[in-house]
Write a protein that binds this ligand. Structure first.
Ligand SMILES: [Zn+2]
Length: 107
């Protein structure tokens, strides 16, 4: 009657094994980062700075701070310069991360 739930479950487990491109949460909850994040939020007025929201008459509210460029320096770290950081809405961030993951996979 039903489709094979066993196969489906196994597949989703394997997919979860792929490396996550998100670096937040891993050794990134430190105080300096939090202070920097607050600074960026304040600078951007707690509003999402993503390209889609910038075109909107009323941008979405920002929940977090995003690295505009995810390129890592020679030391393997993201560029934490305020010019590379922008406040972003949770949903916009998700969409951006997803697009970046897809782009990365295509290589
Ligand atoms: Zn946005």
């Amino acid at each position: 009657m039903a489709t094979k739930p066993g196969t489906l479950k196994r597949r989703s487990l394997t997919e979860r094994h792929e490396p996550e491109p998100i670096t937040y949460g891993q050794g990134r909850g430190g105080r300096p980062w939090r202070r920097l994040r607050d600074q960026i939020m304040e600078r951007d007025g707690y509003l999402c700075q993503c390209p889609a929201c910038k075109k909107r008459p009323v941008p979405k509210v920002a929940h977090e701070v995003d690295h505009i460029s995810n390129k890592r320096g020679p030391d393997g770290r993201l560029n934490d310069d305020p010019s590379n950081l922008a406040a972003i809405n949770r949903d916009c961030h998700k969409a951006k991360t997803q697009a970046e993951t897809l782009r990365g996979r295509r290589r």
